[in-house]
Design a protein around this ligand. Structure first.
Ligand code: GDP
Ligand code: MG
Length: 601
């Protein structure tokens, strides 16, 4: 297809504003998916995406769309739609997708108005100089207020409220007009067809049957089947075994030219060999300059991941290796815990990423897992000048500490004005510093804060939602670090440390954490033959204490008479239980108790 007939666009929206549903309607209207093959959220392939109703991996789809000119003549165009994830954890995937497009459909729920992620993604799109097409969705809803929100949007992106398209992804109303608008407004891609080829990798996905599928957008030249390609950053060379487009099923093509978006298969097995942000060129006629890449996603949140059944440890390692093939942002290394045995310390982009990885491990690899409380990375400088990066509370140095630095984020919160006080209360509790406040309209306010990332990863979002009855929305981005008065709180059973419960907390909150954890452990630790003190301590100083009273435990006490088989069963059951016991010093604790304490968080 010649570049003038191509349009590359993405849809940016706050989560739940209807991006996937709108994409479904487009697939149907352009005829690439037949009505009888249609299923909701067609492009959200992973089970987890479907169940949680979110898009994790971006997808690129080609659709034909003919526009009728003033002369009545139809001109067929090729639209490449790149779906993007809407959650803050996956912002880095959004920015890559944007870089492969000339335009963006800004989709806003007509009953909700602009939300924090809409703003964040809109600013990203503007930075990338994309043509923005503002659209109000869900106009079929009785609660829709298209006139009100059209003003809000026009105010934000410029232009007139009348220019804001009004559609329903559910009923299909207005979607044809939107497709026409995309062809009319979004610029065609430009590039040099005669130059040495350059294509940008904006995603790569591991597929069990096909190996790594690399998504590219051609900037200059072309890519053709069977030619040898080189990855410009790594110098790795491959033969192009297959080249094609998803429409939405994979369709082999004779090649990809300027402006086209499609996929490559080279037979490699690891997504790291097809690095997102890298430039693909021809091995024998290489380009001299690579395209501007993206920075690697950095893990922000760390957590210990342990198999509940210790013998699953090798299976967990294999499963992580497999997931890593598809998730370049996933990071892990082995660690051991006295309480939980062998496991891994895993780095994630954020809490949702953590949950998704854990769920995929449990579901796709049939593992039962427990994760320790998540923490961020701390930079600790000792008084003697030595520097330590702490990703696990147990690595927190015991020597004299000069300074502890913690990562902070810039957070944007949008809320109805009646909740401004509530939001301010919550952010103050979480050590937030307000840096700005703007009224978007009479009754909606944008608040900007600097907040410690550690405070955000602890149920901040849930708190924000519940205290504002679901009305406030949040977006954030990393914004350097700050010095903070942080301490490590240890939890001790009869003087022995239970490593999985150590936490790095602000000094003002250390006491609360200690009281909470000792009370919780007192409840779930079975009585022993002796009294067991449960303590919380900062270094050698005890800040909270509970006691598990002594008890003689005799499993046979309940059996009268001579029912031998029943007695034997009970004894066997107890033996079985013992296998799952962990010794902390001389205290025997069932592993389940630790698991219960960790999971009720
Ligand atoms: P996404 O998170 O932006 O991909 O949003 P989804 O497409 O998953 O939609 C979120 C929810 O809104 C789903 O329950 C959809 O059925 C619903 N929805 C999407 N579009 C419309 C629409 O035009 N009208 C109505 N009434 N509901 C819609
Ligand atoms: Mg979606």
């Amino acid at each position: 297809t010649s570049p003038e007939l191509i349009r590359n666009f993405c849809i940016i929206a706050h989560i739940d504003h209807g991006k996937s549903t709108l994409a479904d309607r487009m697939l149907q209207l352009t005829g690439v998916v037949q009505a009888r093959d249609m299923r909701a959220q067609y492009l959200d392939r992973m089970d987890i995406e479907r169940e949680r109703g979110i898009t994790i991996k971006s997808q690129a789809v080609r659709m034909p769309w003919a526009v009728v000119g003033e002369d009545g003549i139809e001109t067929p165009h090729a639209l490449h739609m790149i779906d993007t994830p809407g959650h803050v954890d996956f912002t880095y995937e959004v920015s890559r997708s944007l870089a492969a497009c000339e335009g963006a459909v800004l989709l806003v729920d007509a009953a909700q108005g602009i939300e924090a992620q809409t703003l964040a993604n809109l600013y990203l799109a503007m930075e990338n100089e994309l043509e923005i097409i503002p659209v109000l969705n869900k106009i079929d809803l009785p609660a829709a207020q298209p006139e009100k929100y059209a003003e809000e949007i026009a105010h934000l992106v410029g232009g007139e409220p009348e220019d804001v398209l009004k559609v329903s992804g559910k009923t299909g109303v207005g979607v044809e007009a939107l497709l026409d608008r995309i062809v009319e407004r979004i610029p065609a891609p430009t590039g040099d067809a005669g130059a040495p080829s350059r294509a940008m990798i904006f995603d790569s996905v591991y597929d069990t049957y096909r190996g790594v599928v690399t998504y590219v957008r051609v900037i200059d030249g072309s890519l053709n089947p069977r030619e040898r390609i080189a990855m410009m950053s790594t110098g790795a060379t491959h033969e192009l075994l297959e080249i094609g487009v998803h429409s939405p099923e994979p369709t082999i093509t004779k090649g990809l030219g300027v402006g086209e978006v499609g996929y490559l298969i080279t037979g490699v097995k690891d997504v790291r060999q097809s690095k997102v942000g890298d430039t693909v060129t021809n091995q024998h006629k290489p380009a001299t300059e690579a395209l501007e890449g993206y920075s690697d996603p950095k893990p922000m949140v760390f957590s210990g991941l342990y198999p509940i059944d210790g013998s699953d440890y090798p299976a967990l390692r294999d499963a992580l290796d497999k997931l890593k093939l598809n998730d370049a942002a996933l990071n892990y290394e082995p660690e051991t815990s006295v309480a939980l045995g062998f496991g891994f310390r895993v780095g994630f982009l954020g809490l949702l990423h953590l949950e998704i990885v854990r769920e995929r491990l449990e579901r796709e690899f049939n593992l039962d897992l427990i994760s320790t409380a998540p923490n961020v990375i701390y930079d600790v400088t000792l008084e003697d000048g030595e520097k330590v990066k702490v990703t696990n509370p147990s690595e927190f140095p015991t020597g004299k500490i000069g300074e502890v630095r913690e990562p902070v984020v810039r957070a944007t919160i949008l809320t109805p004005s009646e909740f401004v006080g509530t939001v301010m209360g919550l952010t103050t509790e979480r050590r937030g510093v307000q840096i700005g406040m703007d009224y978007l309209s009479e009754d909606r306010v944008e608040l900007r804060y600097t907040l410690p990332m550690a405070e955000i990863v602890f149920d901040f979002f849930d708190q924000l939602k519940s205290r504002t009855r679901g009305y406030a929305s949040l977006d954030y981005e990393p914004s350097g670090d700050q010095t903070a008065d942080l301490v490590k709180v240890d939890i001790l059973l009869q003087g022995d440390q239970v490593d999985a419960f150590s936490a790095i907390v602000h000094r003002d909150k250390a006491y609360d954490y200690g009281v909470l954890m000792t009370a919780k452990l007192k409840e779930i630790i079975p009585r022993q033959q002796f009294e067991v003190p449960v303590q919380a301590a900062i270094g050698a100083r005890v800040i909270a204490r509970e006691t598990v009273r002594a008890m003689r435990k005799d499993v046979l006490a309940k059996c009268y008479g001579g029912d031998i088989s029943r007695k034997r069963k009970l004894l066997e059951k107890q033996k079985e239980g013992k296998k799952r016991m962990k010794n902390i010093g001389s205290v025997e604790v069932p592993k389940d108790a630790f698991i219960a304490a960790l999971s009720s968080e």
